[in-house]
Design a protein around this ligand. Sequence first.
Ligand SMILES: Nc1nc2c(ncn2[C@@H]2O[C@H](COP(=O)(O)OP(=O)(O)O)[C@@H](O)[C@H]2O)c(=O)[nH]1
Ligand SMILES: [Mg+2]
Length: 302
Amino acid sequence: MGLFDKLKKGLSKTRETFFGGIKTLFAGKKLDDEVLEELEEILIMSDMGMETVEKILDDLKSEYKKQEPDDPLLLLRDIMVSNLESEGFNANPQQNPYIIFVVGVNGSGKTTTIAKLSKKYISEGKKVAIAAADTFRAAAIEQIKHWGEKIGATVIAHEHGSDAAAVVFDTLKHAKSKGKEIVIVDTAGRLHNKSHLMEELKKIKRVIEKETDGPHETLLVLDGTTGQNGVQQAKAFKDSVDITGVVVTKLDGTAKGGIAFSINNQLNIPIKMIGVGEKEDDLQMFDPKSYVNALLGVEDDG
Ligand SMILES: Nc1nc2c(ncn2[C@@H]2O[C@H](COP(=O)(O)OP(=O)(O)O)[C@@H](O)[C@H]2O)c(=O)[nH]1
Ligand SMILES: [Mg+2]
C-alpha cells in the first residue's frame, strides 16, 4: 500500500463521520448560507476549535466570491491546508548524537511512537539508543525493552523506581562511547502529581543540556482522541519544557481529525508526525496537503 492510501485508510473514521460529508454537501451546489451553515456544523463537530472554523469560513466566503471556482471543494482544501503548519522530519541530523526528548501524558503513545521513530532512523542506517526513563512503572521498562529487541535499538534501563535522569545520563554516555547517532528519551506520563512530573522532565532536560548541546528536538505526544482536553494538557507541557514539535497519535481511532488544526492554532507548535495505527510502520511524517486530501476524500495530486 502506498503512503497516501495508508493515510486514507488510517483517517477513514474521521472522513466517514465528518469530513467526507463536505463533498456531498458541496456537490453541484452554490455555497449559499444554508450550505455554509452545514459546513460550519461539520467543522465544529470535528474538534477543529471555534476560532479556526470561523477563520476558514471567512476565507472561504471571500475567496469564493473572488475566484468563483468550478470546484469549491478544492478551494476549501487549499484554505484548510493554509491553516496547518508542519516541519519536516530530520532524517540526517548534523548533531551527533542527535537527541530527541519525548514527553506526554500516560497512554498518549510515547513509547509506541519512539519504537516507530527508532525504526525509521534504523532504516536510514543510523544506530539508535533509547533511554528507558519512564522508571515509574515496571511494565513501561519491559515494554520499551521488548520494542528495542524487535526493531534493533539498544535500550538503556535501570531498575523500576530509580532516578530517571540517571538513566538518561547513562544513555548519553553509552551513545558517545558506542557511536550511537540517535538518542531517544522515553519518559513517564504520570507521577504522584503534575508538578512532580514537570520537575522530573526539567531535571532530565538539565542533564541533557549539561552533557550535550541537545536536546535537539522535544516532541510532545498527544492522543488524538482526547480532543480539546489534549490541547489543555499540551499547554502544561509547553510551559515546562520547550516543545519543538507535536506528534498526534491514534488518528486511526478517532472521528475527530480536526484536532490537528486546534493544536496548530492554539499552541503555535508545528505538527511533525502522526500515528495512524499500533504497528511499527504506522507513523507518518505530517504533510498538511496529504492530510487534508485524505480527510476530504480528494485525490492526492502531489
Ligand atoms: N490505534 C492506535 N493506537 C496507538 C497509536 N499509538 C499508540 N497506540 C496505543 O496506545 C496505547 C498506549 O501507548 P504507549 O506507547 O504505551 O503510551 P505511553 O504511555 O505514552 O508510552 C498502546 O496500546 C498503543 O498500542 C496509534 O497511532 N494508533
Ligand atoms: Mg510509555
